[in-house]
Design a protein around this ligand. Structure first.
Ligand code: F6R
Ligand code: MN
Length: 187
């Protein structure tokens, strides 16, 4: 006799939201991103409590730093700009430098900025269904270039940890809004 269980957590593929009773949500605001956007005047005019992105995860299933486990999270990046720079995540490299990660697009349109910290950068389009592999030793940041929320799934190792460097210094490029499109400039 084998017991059939239903999963604790459901990913609603339409909204990109997790449904379940053991979830945690971490919000990052304009105030938290003070050192990340270039246009400080525009930033200072905005509400520091305005949410730029939030990440939802299952709570207390795995522990940070534990060998062998995986984390599963959904990043929800609002649409907007600071000056002409699109809303983006802080971006990081993993503390455990060699650990890779998978992202996949669920909702909205964005870009994944990858920087190998040796002078080579790549931008990959993020759209629903896109599967994106982030190799180890690579800084990664999501940018919302669309007109709606960008929802992106992620799976990474519990040993990975996050190193945010010092502000935007991990990345050598910025993505700004030009008309209905975007432009990439050196940071
Ligand atoms: C985990 C990962 C994502 C990001 C999330 C928020 O390793 O890459 O879950 O943590 O998109 O971005 P950051 O962590 O850069 O603020
Ligand atoms: Mn990561």
């Amino acid at each position: 006799m084998i017991e059939i269980q239903s999963s604790d957590t459901i990913l609603d593929l339409k909204s990109g939201r997790l449904i379940g009773s053991h979830l945690k949500r971490t919000t990052t605001t304009i105030g938290d991103l003070r050192n990340y956007f270039k246009d400080r005047t525009a930033l200072n005019r905005m509400d520091p409590d305005q949410a730029v992105y939030w990440v939802e995860m299952e709570e207390n299933k795995q522990k940070e730093g534990e060998e062998g486990g995986l984390f599963f999270g959904i990043s929800h990046l609002c649409c907007g700009t600071v000056g002409d720079e699109f809303f983006m995540t802080k971006g990081h490299v993993h503390n455990k430098f060699d650990t890779a990660e998978y992202y996949w697009g669920i909702k909205g349109t964005g870009l994944l900025l990858l920087d190998n910290l040796k002078g080579s950068s790549r931008l990959i389009e993020v759209k629903p269904g896109a599967v994106l592999y982030i190799p180890g030793r690579t800084a990664h940041r999501l940018i919302n270039i669309g007109n709606e929320e960008l929802a992106v799934g992620a799976v990474w190792q519990t040993i990975s940890g996050h190193n945010y460097g010092r502000g935007a210094q991990l990345f050598h490029n910025r993505v700004t809004k030009v008309g209905n499109s975007y432009q990439v400039t050196e940071a």
